[in-house]
Design a protein around this ligand. Structure first.
Ligand code: G6P
Ligand code: MG
Length: 220
């Protein structure tokens, strides 16, 4: 029986995955590294510092910066990202998401945020969605980031659900891998070939068709 739905945030609840890409692209170009959308798929779902490491390795510049300088680069990217977040309003919630969250609340099924982003609480406030979630996992609460299962397992535990009673929803390859490694049902949002290759049970092109009956049909 479905007891909890664990949502990624960026790229599932709203379009902030695009803002992450814009902020990383600008920072990378300042240090003479070019990144494109294909490479960006490897950054989705991955923590701020690990994303920076991947960008530096991509540009073969991983040895050019001290730990302090890397920290400064990550802070600079976050400042730019937080500036982009200023434009987020409740109308930016992806189609179907608010309705699904209301259906979950009415049915007593827990809704959880399982995002690697430290900015998640602020984004949820800007979208006026905070009250519709029962728990927001703090990424600092878990030892390993996605694709490890930790964040999804912690989210399930926080609301008293077992893995078999949970569905995870993700737009990132690392996120789908994390859900599957937590032994939960994984719903992908976005590129079907990419997300099926990571082990998604089902992929929808957008959030529009997400509904409680659809999710229940995956788990009974
Ligand atoms: C999510 C996004 C990543 C981002 C990470 C950390 O997983 O998909 O692109 O790097 O969160 O976000 P933060 O807001 O803490 O930098
Ligand atoms: Mg995402």
């Amino acid at each position: 029986m479905l007891k909890a739905v664990l949502f990624d945030l960026d790229g599932v609840i709203t379009d902030t995955a695009e803002y992450h890409y814009m902020a990383w692209k600008q920072l990378a170009s300042e240090i003479h590294i070019e990144i494109d959308r294909e490479f960006n798929e490897m950054l989705k779902g991955v923590s701020r510092m690990e994303s920076l490491e991947r960008i530096l390795r991509h540009g073969q510049r991983e040895r050019d910066f001290t730990p302090e300088e890397k920290q400064e680069l990550a802070t600079k990217k976050n400042k730019q990202y937080v500036q982009l977040l200023e434009q987020v309003t409740p109308s930016d919630v992806y189609p179907g998401i608010r309705e699904l969250l209301l259906e979950l609340k009415t049915s007593g099924i827990h809704a959880v945020i399982a995002s690697a982003s430290k900015n998640a609480p602020q984004i949820l406030r800007s979208l006026q969605l905070t009250d519709l979630f029962d728990y927001i996992v703090d990424p600092d609460e878990v030892a390993q980031g996605k694709p490890a299962p930790d964040i999804f397992l912690r989210g399930a535990e926080a609301v008293g659900a077992t893995a078999e009673e949970c569905i995870g929803i993700e737009d990132a390859q690392a996120g789908i891998e994390a859900i599957k490694s937590a032994q939960m049902i994984a719903v992908g949002i976005g590129d079907e070939a990419l997300l099926m290759a990571s082990g998604a049970d089902v992929v929808l092109p957008t959030t529009e068709k997400l509904s409680l009956p659809f999710l229940k049909s995956l788990i009974c």
